[in-house]
Design a protein around this ligand. Structure first.
Ligand SMILES: NC(=O)C1=CN([C@@H]2O[C@H](COP(=O)(O)OP(=O)(O)OC[C@H]3O[C@@H](n4cnc5c(N)ncnc54)[C@H](O)[C@@H]3O)[C@@H](O)[C@H]2O)C=CC1
Ligand SMILES: O=C(O)CCC(=O)C(=O)O
Length: 389
């Protein structure tokens, strides 16, 4: 029986994908085999010795201590693209919220409660204070052209915006999906100098923390509107406050409010609703469950952020999966040990990603002695071993 711990509310339709004769699902376990999480921060958590995999039902993995997981042989999955349409739609809403004074005008409307028959006239008289601008014909800079960025760029283009895209690491898959009308920005300076709107669709990591800072604000047009549906830490709050005070930034729409931004003028705060649609939550949960099952039951890895992709058909015999440091001579030591223990390799796959290598080895026996796992684990450089039957 595999124990799967859910750290946030995970969509029940997705969780139904776990067969209950093989999986136990609960929000509390002392030593689970797998964890499914959304946004809960896991950096201070201790991981039990049984933990094999963490699936992030979503895209961003900055709430998971990836390096610690890699060192402990824990495979971390995410669900790329599964919530992209939801975030695209809210980002488009963000463009409109940044352009028309919708949020403030709604609040103002409520102040007229009690004015009785005067309300319609007061509404007409007051609306001049909330005039805005159109997005059509304006230029949008999309920073990050992954699953969400491409959808945002294409949708904004379809709404009549000029769209500039920036992503030095764009994948071929996403480049194929990008509208040919989206222009490729040569560099950050020209990108920001030409944009009326800037939207961030990049992950938060060591390279992007504080990505939008005073240097970047200097490159932007006066009165720029900045959208952040990616992560709060991408924008330096002190520099943002200065940019708002000087009129450089006319609006900041964020899905990641914090104590500082909540107090700032010209900030429109949304409580991290980007992926909060029924469709997204279901898609993410289904994908996370499928990926965890494939790993638990077959050792196959799809959409891991810290382990290489590795998939091999089962041959009906026992399967040994091994993670080791990506250093020379590991495969030869493992295969020598298997031979000396009398195991014949029927099929084998070896993949690596950065400092980690992952092996799937099918032997031509139905069962492998659990002691074999201990012997493989004793090889210097081996991080994780499982026998799957
Ligand atoms: N508001 C919300 O609820 C949600 C927010 N997100 C956030 O959006 C981010 C992006 O999500 P996806 O598009 O699904 O991820 P993705 O991995 O498909 O795309 C990210 C893109 O950013 C690019 N990138 C990375 N560093 C960059 C840099 N320094 N400059 C320019 N481009 C860079 C990558 O090459 C990649 O193409 C996530 O990491 C997450 O933080 C994602 C889903 C929901
Ligand atoms: O699960 C959520 O609601 C948050 C989604 C998100 O931020 C992500 O997928 O990166």
């Amino acid at each position: 029986m595999f124990k799967i711990q859910t750290l946030n509310k995970i969509d029940p339709i997705g969780l139904k994908g776990f067969p209950l004769d093989q999986y136990e699902i609960a929000s509390e376990f002392s030593n689970p085999d797998g964890v499914i999480v959304r946004s809960m921060k896991m950096h201070d958590m201790e991981f039990g010795s049984g933990l094999k995999a963490i699936a992030r039902a979503g895209a961003g993995v900055n709430n998971i201590p990836i390096e610690k997981c890699t060192n402990q042989g824990i495979v971390v999955f995410n669900t790329p693209g599964a919530n992209a349409h939801a975030v695209k739609e809210l980002t488009i809403a963000g463009l409109l919220l940044a352009s028309r004074d919708i949020a403030a005008s709604i609040e103002w409307g409520k102040t007229l409660i009690g004015k009785g028959d005067e309300v319609p006239a007061l509404i007409e008289a007051g609306k001049k204070n909330f005039a805005g601008q159109e997005i059509r014909g304006k230029t949008l800079a999309v920073i990050g052209l992954g699953a969400i960025g491409v959808l945002v760029a294409n949708a904004a283009q379809a709404l009549g915006m000029n769209v500039l895209g920036y992503d030095p690491f764009i994948s071929v898959k996403h480049a194929w999906k990008l509208s040919r009308n989206v222009k490729h920005a040569e560099g950050m300076e020209s990108l920001l100098a030409n944009a009326d709107y800037v939207t961030l669709q990049v992950p938060l990591n060591n390279d992007t923390k504080g990505f939008i800072n005073k240097d970047k604000f200097k490159m932007m047009k006066d009165g720029v509107r900045l959208l952040n549906f990616a992560r709060g830490g991408l924008v330096n709050n002190t520099d943002l406050e200065d940019a708002i005070a000087s009129g450089k930034v006319a609006r900041y729409v964020t899905d990641f409010p914090d104590e500082e931004t909540l107090k700032m003028d010209k900030v429109i705060s949304i409580p991290h609703l980007g992926a909060s649609t029924a469709e997204s939550e279901t898609n993410c949960a289904i994908m996370a469950v499928d990926q965890i099952r494939e790993f638990m039951e077959n050792g196959n890895i799809v959409n891991s952020v810290n382990f290489p992709a590795a998939e091999m058909e089962r041959n009906g015999g026992a399967r040994i999966v091994i993670a080791n440091k990506n250093v020379p001579n590991m495969v030869s030591q493992i295969s020598t040990l298997l031979a000396s223990e009398g195991y014949n390799i029927a099929n084998m796959l070896n993949r690596n990603k950065a400092e980690i290598a992952y092996n799937i080895i099918d032997v031509d026996r139905k069962h492998a002695d659990p002691i074999l796992a201990d012997k493989i684990a004793a090889i210097n450089g081996v991080i994780m071993v499982r026998i799957i039957e």
